[in-house]
Design a binder for this molecule. Structure first.
Ligand code: UDP
Length: 234
């Protein structure tokens, strides 16, 4: 299948229609953004690495019985996916305090959370992705209770699987963000799972292996993404 009309251009990906309405093609770009797009830079090969990393995760999740939009990797930058109606609710899963949670609750980064934390936020850069609770989700008719329950159940199952899998590769899964969509009456996982959307720490040194290196000007950003891919391919 090949790319037809450009349907949407986001910060890190372009979405193209295909001849079949049930499918679209995701092209992973090199652009890196942070702070709602205020900080922006091209990082050479980021798109290639995120496409490869997301492909590995989605294949593993499918094997675990988690429905994802992944169909196949077409080439270095392009992935064929099912065309979802994206639910504009970002689901963040947290195992260890970091980033905005550490700031908001006055916790030191790196403090383990004694129970997994799920957070919901509205996917809207202009409003800075405001946090939502379930009442907001229903009141704004973003998802119904059955759909939200399914999203939360899948998010927790994805977390359990990824925590163990990544630990076997000497990577700590600190937190990550998921997006879900509707496809033929089913809720399935969309978007990507990559160092752009996860916090990965080296198990031995706690060194950051994710987009925080870009957000915090730590350097060696692509080297870290490359190392994540290398460990997943082992
Ligand atoms: N995240 C993301 N997109 C967003 C917000 C968060 O992919 O729009 C990811 C982020 O990379 C991290 C997790 O979700 O792995 C939790 O992010 P946090 O709320 O701490 O916000 P941030 O520090 O990214 O502003």
């Amino acid at each position: 299948m090949k790319k037809e009309k450009l349907l949407h251009e986001g910060k890190a990906k372009k979405i193209y229609a295909t001849a079949d309405d049930d499918y679209c093609i995701v092209e992973y770009k090199d652009t890196a953004t942070a702070f709602d797009g205020l900080k922006k830079e091209d990082l050479e090969s980021k798109g290639i690495l995120n496409n490869a990393i997301t492909t590995i995760f989605f294949k593993l999740l499918e094997e675990e019985g988690i429905p994802t939009h992944f169909v196949e990797q077409l080439n270095e930058r392009d992935m064929l996916v099912k065309r979802l109606e994206i639910i504009p609710v970002e689901v963040v899963v947290r195992n260890i305090a970091a980033g905005s949670l550490a700031k908001r609750l006055g916790l030191e980064e790196g403090v383990p959370l004694s129970k997994t934390v799920l957070e919901l936020s509205l996917k809207n850069d202009e409003l800075h992705d405001p946090m939502l609770n379930q009442y907001h989700v229903y009141a704004l008719e973003l998802a119904n209770p059955q759909e939200l329950a399914r999203m939360e159940e899948l998010a927790l199952r994805i977390n359990s699987f990824l925590v163990d899998y990544l630990m076997s590769r000497d990577i700590v899964l600190v937190d990550f963000k998921l997006e879900f969509g509707r496809y033929k009456d089913e809720i399935i996982l969309g978007d990507e799972i990559s160092p752009d959307t996860c916090r990965f720490w080296d198990a031995a040194s706690s060194e950051k292996m994710d987009k925080d290196r870009f957000r915090r000007d730590m350097g060696e950003v692509m080297e870290a993404y490359q190392e994540v891919l290398k460990r997943l391919q082992q």
